[in-house]
Design a binder for this molecule. Structure first.
Ligand code: TXA
Ligand code: MG
Length: 314
């Protein structure tokens, strides 16, 4: 049986973990102001301590208790929040002391976002605290876009709120706000083009206490099988290979997954992780080849995930 939001909020308030739906992927949440609770996230996910957690709030006003807003920046943040929140945009800002160091992996900055999902927002409100939440998967593995994906990867987790399939299916766009505009730290559904309507693209090199954003790690989001970008694969036996394509699936493969028969990149993004989960679970599939998608709009984020999933196998 699926847990109620009230039960979930009780667990959060007593320092426990809850998986909950967002519009991007399912999150594994804990009270962001409780360092012991946050530590449980790292433990359950087997996540390295250098990888910071995103803090989820229900109302843009809550930023003020968590982040320091440089003079001159308030207007820009307001404009971004008005346009993109609730939604798949994480804004990295200098953190206040109220945010425990473990949440930000020792960085002096914190990533904040308002998720666009009723269950998530209600959970934050009923818990009465911001929620630190990474994607609800084991570190480096495929992100969950359904409650079932979470159950499979984190069977020991007691409380999973089921909100159906994630609408967007890819993690949020992460940005920093240097003085001269914005810089993308992780690609997502909101593109540089979208953001440039509000703020200029920064020309400064991205700095984050000398650490690149872990979203920029070259290997990440991997199915537990070799994945190659189509055209870069070694000689493979098709009958033991799964094929991920955008529209039309070629014949002869052990399994094929077409992300969007209409060639719609948003639909493709929403289906990407589910398709990869199915390819990962299919025993007839030993290798995966993925057809590149057009690098426009959300296609940029899809290709970013596919490149990271394929990195080890180049
Ligand atoms: O869509 C999402 O963002 C999902 C849902 C659950 O909200 N969450 C998510 O969290 O993708 P996670 O832990 O899988 O990704 C966190 C990433 C970090 O690896 C890093 O790239 C970036 O967000 N990040 C978080 N805090 C940061 C900070 N202070 N500085 C730079 N990057 C940060
Ligand atoms: Mg993740």
């Amino acid at each position: 049986m699926s847990a109620s939001i009230k039960q979930a909020a009780d667990i959060i308030r007593s320092g426990g973990l809850v998986a909950f739906p967002t519009e991007t992927v399912y999150g594994l949440g804990a009270n962001a102001l409780d360092s012991l609770a946050a530590a449980k996230i790292f433990e359950l996910k087997e996540r390295p301590a250098f990888d910071p957690l995103i803090v989820h709030i229900a109302d843009p006003e809550e930023i003020n208790g968590l982040a320091v807003i440089r003079p001159g920046l308030a207007q820009n943040i307001k404009a971004l929040a008005a346009k993109f929140w609730p939604g798949p945009l994480t804004i990295v800002l200098p953190k206040k002391a109220s945010v425990p160091d473990i949440v930000t992996a020792g960085l002096s900055t914190v990533g904040l976002r308002v998720p666009d999902n009723k269950i998530a927002l209600e959970l934050i409100r009923q818990s009465g605290c911001p929620l630190a939440a990474p994607s609800a998967n084991k570190f480096g593995r495929l992100s969950p876009t359904t409650a079932e994906h979470v159950r499979q990867q984190l069977p020991e987790l007691e409380c999973i709120l089921d909100g159906g399939s994630a609408k967007i299916g890819l993690e949020s766009t992460v940005i920093a706000l240097p003085k001269d505009g914005f810089a993308i730290l992780r690609q997502g559904a909101i593109t540089a083009e979208d953001l440039a309507k509000i703020l200029p693209v920064s020309r400064q090199p991205v700095k984050n206490n000398g650490l690149a954003s872990p979203g920029l790690l070259r290997s990440h989001y991997s199915p537990g099988k070799p994945l190659y970008l189509l055209g870069a694969e070694p000689p493979l036996d098709k009958s033991r290979t799964g094929c991920l394509v955008l529209q039309k699936a070629p014949a002869g493969f052990a399994r094929t997954e077409a992300l969007s028969p209409q060639g719609d990149l948003r639909a493709a993004a929403a289906n990407l992780f589910s398709a990869l989960h199915r390819l990962e679970a299919d025993r007839a599939v030993e290798y995966i080849v993925a057809e590149p998608v057009p690098e426009e709009g959300i296609g940029l984020a899809i290709m970013d995930k596919l490149r990271k999933a394929s990195f080890r196998w180049k």
